[in-house]
Write a protein that binds this ligand. Structure first.
Ligand SMILES: Nc1nc2c(c(=O)[nH]1)N[C@H]1C(S)=C(S)[C@@H](COP(=O)(O)OP(=O)(O)OC[C@H]3O[C@@H](n4cnc5c(=O)[nH]c(N)nc54)[C@H](O)[C@@H]3O)O[C@H]1N2
Ligand SMILES: Nc1nc2c(c(=O)[nH]1)N[C@H]1C(S)=C(S)[C@@H](COP(=O)(O)OP(=O)(O)OC[C@H]3O[C@@H](n4cnc5c(=O)[nH]c(N)nc54)[C@H](O)[C@@H]3O)O[C@H]1N2
Ligand SMILES: [Mo]
Length: 750
């Protein structure tokens, strides 16, 4: 049979799938992509993965005795027909909502699933459950929670950390100094939620390099900027950035070089913030020497940088990783405080921006017109948890928690339905999650793969992958819409997420409202037409007819280039106030003062994290569990791009030569990482480009514990057996994965 080409897209890029005899034989990047991700070549491994779920399955133990159970990954699963599986699921949804109420169904269902906007698994699930009276959901994400919560409060919205900050084209054109906290890394910029056709981070970085921008990289790892970017590297102690930001601000204030006009006109509470910096509040002067002692950096270079920040056009970039930590609100707020003291916010290419490069669409111009999204409908009940509080929810029904100034109660969860996410990859302290996971009566997982989560479900529904169905990609942080064409037949008995939900809707009596009578292609066309109409009406931008789009594969949508965040506010704060309590940037918060939280004070403040090198024993190391270079989270862990990053079947942990020799570890040794929460194996990679006393083990290896006990050794190297399951603070309740101390030693076992 002749070679066929299909347009397709994943979170890591747009490409053509080359298909022969029903199999994917090649993948070609979208011609318009200046830096395609190698991960596109992994997608063909979706089709013949040994992890595919062939047909619906039910845990035998649960069938015999429905209710809380141990959910051992080695329990027997029985194959059932789709009719039986859907009937079991529909009955459980109905039983739990009738007996315990809709809040006892947890369907936050966090996860990246596939990039198609129509078959988006959790949106499909939420649309169905909204028609059935609702569910308990989640707010914010694992990616960002502490950050957006504090920015909503202090800037009025979270735009500055969602892709709405000053665009990188403007930074490349205007900034003279760029201070990078965390990273501007093509590694993370490979991915974008909802797909990305053009990877542009390197283009902007090259433009900055060509203009001679002075870069300072403040990060425990040198490779957080490409090696071709000439930068000063300041190997900071993890989780101490807030002290550096406050110390820089304190130096500027002490030198009398702070922008008094900016602070008076655009900020509220600046005086009290300045009092904190000068030590009036707590007797400690926040200056370069103070910051250097906490962050273990050079005080004189901090002083020089403080001067440079006010003497040149300067931009502070703060990665998402910094707020995925204990007190993760603080570096975001402190960076805002520092930028306010410098006074360049709202001017072209300067000020502060968050999350550049954390995803591929963070920094490039945003789409201006509406992007396609499958409508979830409105949620009839308000119950929610902060995204990363899942184990707390299951372990503490009826307990209260605080969030964004309010106090709420954890519902009593009887049923979990998870579609398109892998909590046994993504959640912190997996042993704690394993214990919590025993509590619900029923757990349903919908995924193409036998993930660690699917193995711990009672009913397992095999979803097709995106290459086995049609869909559409396109998101706010993407300048394109991409036709995702079905390239191969569904594997085994897999069904699309829409077909599964539509089948359930039928059994639950809401099919007509759920489907609106549309099949897959009718929905995709419908979603495209909404975007097309908006582009035409609001931006005079003509997108082709649907047929032409579908044939063409990739089309461009209008975008907002050379954007300066807060320029209108800067020009006229009375006409364009912020949506904060005072209309200005909050450097002091009355709400936080009233709430009396000890872990989120009324002003940006240095607070010691629960675990950091400042409180470590002589052998403990700080673990950075960052995003993997060769895959997206746990997806396609077995494909070559991911396998290439492993050694001897283990994920590789990076450590400094000094630490390696002190611990008797040689490059390539199998090592054991452990702390009180768990232990895992990894292969040691000895590198110079990491701060001593820091180890880096990427996320994504498939959790593979030796047995089902608390001290089970995870053989794959999933860092979440080690990480801390704690909210960033009582305000943001964000994931604190980057706050974690571990021990490391050569592995002597078999
Ligand atoms: N230690 C530590 N932990 C972290 C982080 C960290 O920095 N450090 N980062 C966190 C962050 S930011 C995130 S976003 C999370 C990511 O965590 P997740 O989003 O849960 O990770 P994924 O592996 O992308 O899970 C997606 C799942 O969807 C399935 N899937 C793919 N396509 C489809 C489909 O079409 N339909 C259905 N139904 N399923 C599909 C995949 O097989 C996979 O099991 O991890 C978090 N965990
Ligand atoms: N290839 C690939 N790309 C991805 C993903 C993936 O799984 N694979 N996941 C995507 C997702 S969902 C997200 S949310 C983003 C996350 O994007 P980020 O949060 O930006 O990424 P991380 O890899 O967690 O961390 C980036 C760097 O932050 C540094 N860092 C960690 N802690 C600290 C600290 O306390 N201080 C300082 N100064 N630096 C610190 C580390 O050196 C690390 O290399 O990545 C996205 N991009
Ligand atoms: Mo994320």
């Amino acid at each position: 049979m002749a070679l066929q080409r299909f347009s397709h897209c994943s979170h890591w890029g747009a490409y053509s799938l080359l298909v022969e005899d029903g199999s994917v034989v090649g993948v070609e990047p979208f011609a318009g992509d200046p830096a395609p991700s190698p991960i596109i070549h992994s997608v063909k491994y979706w089709a013949d993965s040994r992890h595919r779920i062939a047909q619906p399955m039910v845990r035998e133990r649960w069938l015999r005795n429905k209710g809380p159970n141990e959910r051992r990954p080695d329990d027997r699963f029985l194959p059932v027909s789709w009719d039986e599986a859907l009937r079991l699921v529909a009955d459980e949804i109905d039983r739990v909502r009738q007996t315990f109420g809709n809040r006892s169904i947890f369907a936050g269902s966090y996860g990246w699933t596939s990039c198609g906007r129509f078959h988006h698994a959790s949106s499909q699930l939420k649309r169905l459950l909204n028609l059935m009276g609702g569910y308990t959901g989640h707010v914010d994400t694992y990616s960002t929670a502490a950050g957006p919560v504090i920015l909503r409060h202090t800037l009025g919205d979270a735009e500055a950390c969602n892709g709405g900050a000053t665009t990188l084209d403007a930074v490349a054109e205007h900034a003279q100094t760029v201070v990078v906290f965390g990273g501007l890394s093509p590694r993370t910029a490979q991915s974008e939620a909802g797909g990305i056709a053009r990877h542009q981070l390197e283009t902007y970085l090259r433009a900055m390099v060509a203009r001679g921008v002075h870069f300072v990289l403040i990060s425990p790892l040198r490779d957080d900027l490409p090696e071709w970017v000439p930068a000063e590297w300041w190997p900071i102690r993890p989780n101490t950035d807030t002290a550096v930001m406050l110390g820089l601000a304190g130096e500027i204030v002490a030198a009398g070089r702070h922008d008094r006009d900016f602070l008076a006109t655009y900020c509220s509470g600046a005086d009290r913030f300045v009092d904190y910096l000068s030590g009036k509040k707590d007797g400690t002067l926040k200056n370069a020497a103070w910051a250097a002692s906490i962050a273990d950096l050079d005080a004189s270079r901090l002083r020089e940088l403080a001067a440079r920040l006010v003497e040149t056009r300067s931009m502070l970039t703060v990665g998402w990783s910094l707020q995925r930590a204990d007190h993760g609100e603080q570096p975001y707020w402190a960076a805002l405080g520092l930028a306010a003291v410098i006074g360049q916010i709202g001017l072209p290419g300067t000020g502060v921006g968050y999350g550049y490069g954390s995803l591929g669409g963070m920094g490039p111009p945003l789409a201006a017109s509406n992007s396609p999204a499958f409508p979830q409908g409105s949620k009839p009940n308000r119950d929610f948890i902060p995204c990363a509080r899942i184990a707390d929810l299951l372990l503490n029904p009826g307990a209260t928690f605080t969030y964004e100034g309010g106090t709420y109660v954890y519902p009593d969860t009887r049923l979990i339905y998870w579609a398109g996410g892998n909590p046994f990859h993504h959640h912190q302290d997996l042993n704690r999650l394993r214990r919590a996971w025993m509590q619900p009566e029923t757990i349903i997982v919908q995924d193409p793969m036998w993930t660690a989560t699917a193995r711990r479900a009672d009913i397992v529904l095999p979803a097709s992958t995106s290459i086995e169905r049609n869909d559409i990609a396109g998101a706010r942080r993407s300048g394109h819409l991409v036709a995702m064409q079905q390239a191969i037949a569904p594997v085994g008995q897999a069904r699309s997420d829409y077909d599964i939900m539509r089948g359930l809707a039928e059994l639950l009596g809401v099919e007509e409202t759920f489907s609106q009578g549309r099949d897959e292609m009718a929905w995709i066309r419908h979603l495209y037409e909404i975007s097309r109409k908006d582009a035409r009406e609001r931006f005079d931008h003509l997108l082709p007819e649907f047929e032409e789009f579908w044939q063409q594969g990739v089309v461009e949508v209008p975008t907002r280039a050379n954007f300066t965040y807060l320029d209108e506010f800067r020009k006229n704060p009375a006409v364009h106030p912020l949506s904060t309590s005072t209309g200005r940037i909050l450097l002091w918060s009355d709400t936080l003062e009233q709430s009396g939280l000890e872990d989120c004070l009324p002003h940006p403040a240095w607070l010691e994290p629960a675990e950091w090198l400042g409180c470590a024993t002589s052998t403990e190391m700080h673990l950075i569990s960052r995003q993997p270079v060769g895959k997206l989270h746990s997806q396609l862990d077995e494909a070559p791009a991911s396998e290439a990053t492993k050694r001897n079947g283990h994920e590789q942990v990076w450590l400094h030569p000094d630490d390696a020799s002190r611990s008797g570890i040689a490059d390539g040794d199998t090592v054991r990482l452990w702390n009180a929460r768990g232990q895992c194996l990894a292969s040691a990679k000895v590198v110079d480009d990491i701060r001593p006393r820091v180890v880096m083990l990427p996320t994504g290896a498939w959790y593979d514990p030796q047995d089902n006990t608390d001290d089970a050794l995870d053989r794959a190297g999933n860092p979440n057996v080690l990480t801390l399951d704690k909210g960033s603070s009582g305000f943001g309740q964000g994931c604190a994965a980057h706050t974690c101390l571990v021990n490391i030693e050569p592995y002597r076992g078999q």
